[in-house]
Ligand binder design. Structure first.
Ligand code: ADP
Ligand code: MG
Length: 266
């Protein structure tokens, strides 16, 4: 189990956003968090990553009740994870190389020669050999995401959290990024938790989908299972072919959210 949530209420201060969270994420899988804008995807992700203490309940990350750990223990645990945020910017004044090397320089005492080798390996893995010396402004948006992924994975984390990694990318570039995420999972058995509402992306990436609506988890299962869901709105999401799936994804989900009471599914 890479992450488990037991009777968790996630939210901010005294404001609950998601209730009754009981989830178990298995190691080596890609889990997609799906839901309309404002449904709590980022809130759930932050609760899983140790950034947002739950209002109630227990969150376990890699077997540890992370919100009970002291600061040092929690930092050590978080070093075994990587994060790729929606607006997770690179340092604009630093080269691609220095951006990727940052966690190694911060958290290890490795010599520069080893750091250089590790950065080169990661760059090759995300398909960006030779771009070490560029500044973020000198590469494309898709390439910047890959650099961010290289940085997020430089300490060989057991789990990587991604918040809408392909937001703002065109579908071809987004598909390329999906490929790279899949490669991390299949080559290294990494676990990934990916927030996305692109149906194509979900079908390609997700071993398991957690669908949020109406302040709760509305369905959990494989794409195949959710495609057969007895909950009409979940079923419809996986079957309806929108005229332009690139832009229709979120509005369709907003529509799903407006339908009836959410029920647990599997
Ligand atoms: N820092 C915050 N403080 C209080 N409320 C927040 C905060 N961040 C998000 N929210 C609220 O939590 C709800 C879910 O937001 P979020 O998790 O960002 O949704 P999503 O990522 O699915 O778009 C929204 O109603 C939002 O206004
Ligand atoms: Mg979000």
């Amino acid at each position: 189990m890479v992450i488990s949530l037991e009777n968790v209420v996630a939210g901010y201060g005294k404001t609950p956003i998601l209730r009754d969270l009981n989830l178990e994420l298995e190691r080596g899988q890609i889990t997609a968090l799906l839901g309309g804008s404002g449904s709590g995807k980022s809130t759930l992700l932050k609760t899983m990553t140790g950034l947002l203490p739950p209002l109630e309940g227990t969150v376990r990350l890699l077997g540890h009740e992370m919100y009970r750990l002291d600061q040092a223990e929690r930092s050590a645990l978080l070093r075994r994870t990587g994060m790729l945020f929606q607006y997770g910017a690179l340092f604009g004044s630093r080269t691609v190389f220095d951006n990727i090397a940052l966690p190694l320089r911060e958290h290890t005492a490795l010599p520069e020669s080893v750091i250089a080798e590790m950065v080169r390996m990661k760059l090759a893995l995300v398909g960006l050999e030779g771009l070490e010396a560029r500044l973020p402004s000198e590469i494309s948006g898709g390439q910047r995401k890959r650099v961010a992924l290289a940085r997020a994975s430089i300490l060989d984390p057991e789990v990587i959290f991604c918040d809408e990694p392909s937001a703002g990318l065109d579908p071809i570039v987004a598909a390329g990024l999906d490929d790279t995420l899949r490669r991390f999972q299949s080559l290294f058995g990494m676990s990934l938790v990916v927030v996305t509402h692109e149906l194509e992306s979900i079908k390609f990436l997700a071993d398991r989908v957690i669908m949020l609506a109406g302040n709760a988890v509305v369905a959990v299962g494989t794409v195949e299972e959710l495609s057969k869901s007895a909950i009409k709105n979940v079923y419809d999401f996986f079957h309806r072919v929108p005229p332009d799936y690139v832009t229709a994804g979120s509005s369709m989900l907003e529509w799903v959210e407006k339908q009836g009471e959410p029920k647990a599914d599997g």
